[in-house]
Design a binder for this molecule. Structure first.
Ligand SMILES: [Zn+2]
Length: 464
């Protein structure tokens, strides 16, 4: 039985999807105006692994992650750079995908963009106005927070508490400081869409309500994101959606903790490791995934260069142990024939940890214990079972400990293809009697340890 902590109820609950066997998940994705940082990578990795785990447990998962491609930050950055906002957001959607792929994040089933849903957003707002939950003032539309009785339910705040912190910003025409914008009229030279109220654009919160319900239905299973989004973003999403549909919006709200970057010393020479791309270059995929999974997803994490280095060493130790076992077993395919009690016990410990509100640090702890035990045995059956358990069964769930072998095979194949190209070009120089250039290619390759040998059957290469 899988239990997850539901922010809505403030308790761990047994997980039962709305529809048997299918889990529908929506996660708030990045606002695409810059390269993403490690903080954005945390929910991406955590919920990527959670998704894989649900699949391992037999569910079919429909996973949606949006891109916020219109927003103040995007508009301001585009202005600074003097480019169209679409150019900017398209560039950073592409860059996000590059980084996510390097980090081993699987593509979502759907990656909706806000600007593709503007018509649906307008319809949603129209309906909220018709139902009396929203009102227009001079081209802007606001949601009437006091009309929705359950407001504050998700973030566990009451209206009085919220009023104390709320205020009307200069230029805002809302009736109540608690109200939030659903539609904003555009300032001159801002991007805008036609609507019944003004040429303008959607407020931030409405996009997620529209994209999630259009793709996943009025009530879906899991809405995930960082805990900085609980208020006001998710509270507002919930209010406007439930006001419209009259149904519960989301069954389980899951929120990850934040990363504390205070320990992250940054200098020009070491690079800015807060930027995911820099961090990936310096520490690699496994280190970053392991670092993010080595603490429970709801806890805060302290980030430092030392901790990332430790994470790198920890994953290297596991990979080295697994590679050593692979060499010892000296078999092409490692699939254990029988299951011992020992491996069954390990598996059930890992499952028990992950079933318990997705306790990845505990599950990884079992994997490290298993490695320690494997390091002190030469029983081939145990080695085979342990190897299979970590590398083939749970490695693909964590996106960790994947066989270097496979990676090496791919690089060797690529290297061979590259050298074939070089050899063919060199042969053309020889055909044209340009022996100086042909020799130079051979000598320079030899300098980096690659030797060419001309034989009657063509040129062969070997590496020192
Ligand atoms: Zn959102």
């Amino acid at each position: 039985m899988i239990q997850i902590y539901n922010t809505l109820t403030g308790k761990k609950e047994e997980f039962k999807p709305v529809e048997d066997g299918i889990v529908r998940i929506y996660t708030c994705g990045p606002t695409v105006y810059n390269y993403i940082h490690l903080g954005n990578a945390r929910p991406a990795v955590v919920f990527d692994v959670f998704r894989r785990y649900l699949e391992y447990r037999g569910y079919q998962v429909v996973y949606v992650q949006n891109f916020t491609d219109i927003d103040d930050k995007i508009i301001n950055r585009a202005k600074e750079l003097g480019v169209d906002f679409r150019k900017l957001s398209e560039k950073f959607i592409k860059e996000y995908r590059v980084d996510a792929a390097k980090l081993g994040i699987r593509e979502a089933n759907f990656h909706p963009k806000t600007t593709d849903f503007v018509n649906e957003i307008i319809d949603f707002i129209k309906e909220l106005i018709e139902k009396g939950y929203a009102y227009e003032v001079d081209g802007d539309v606001y949601f009437s927070v006091r009309k929705f009785e359950k407001y504050g339910e998700l973030s566990h705040r009451n209206i009085d508490e919220l009023i104390a912190g709320a205020r009307i910003e200069p230029g805002e025409k809302k009736k109540d400081p608690l109200d939030f914008a659903l539609w904003k009229s555009a300032k001159p030279d801002e991007p805008h869409w036609e609507s019944p109220w003004s040429s303008g654009r959607p407020g931030w919160h409405i996009e997620c309500s529209v994209m999630s319900t259009k793709i996943l239905g009025k009530t879906f299973d899991i809405h995930a994101g960082g805990n900085d989004l609980i208020f006001p973003h998710h509270e507002n999403e919930k209010a406007q959606t439930e006001a419209l549909t009259g149904k519960p919006f989301v069954k389980y709200w899951m929120h990850n903790g934040m990363i504390n970057f205070k320990g992250m010393k940054m200098s020009k020479s070491t690079g800015n490791f807060v930027i995911l791309r820099e961090s990936l270059k310096a520490f690699g995929k496994d280190a970053i995934r392991y670092f993010l999974l080595s603490k429970h997803y709801r806890s805060p994490i302290d980030a430092s260069v030392e901790l990332l280095e430790e994470a790198k060493k920890a994953t290297q130790r596991v990979n080295e142990a697994l590679d050593r076992i692979y060499r010892t077993l000296n078999k092409e395919l490692i699939i254990p024939k029988n299951e011992s009690l020992w491996v069954k016990e390990k598996r059930s410990q890992i499952i028990e940890a992950l079933d318990d509100d997705f306790n990845t640090p505990k599950a990884l702890g079992v994997i490290f214990d298993t490695i320690r035990e494997l390091n002190s045995t030469d029983d081939r059956d145990v080695l085979e079972e342990g190897y299979y358990l970590i590398r083939e069964e749970f490695g693909p769930i964590f996106g960790l400990f994947e066989a270097q072998q496979e990676q090496e095979n791919v690089s060797t194949q690529k290297l061979d293809e590259v050298l074939r190209i070089i050899i063919n070009i060199r042969n053309e120089f020889r055909k044209n009697k340009d022996f100086a250039t042909a020799d130079r290619i051979r000598d320079e390759l030899s300098n980096i340890g690659i030797n060419l040998k001309d034989t009657p059957n063509g040129t062969e290469w070997s590496m020192n």
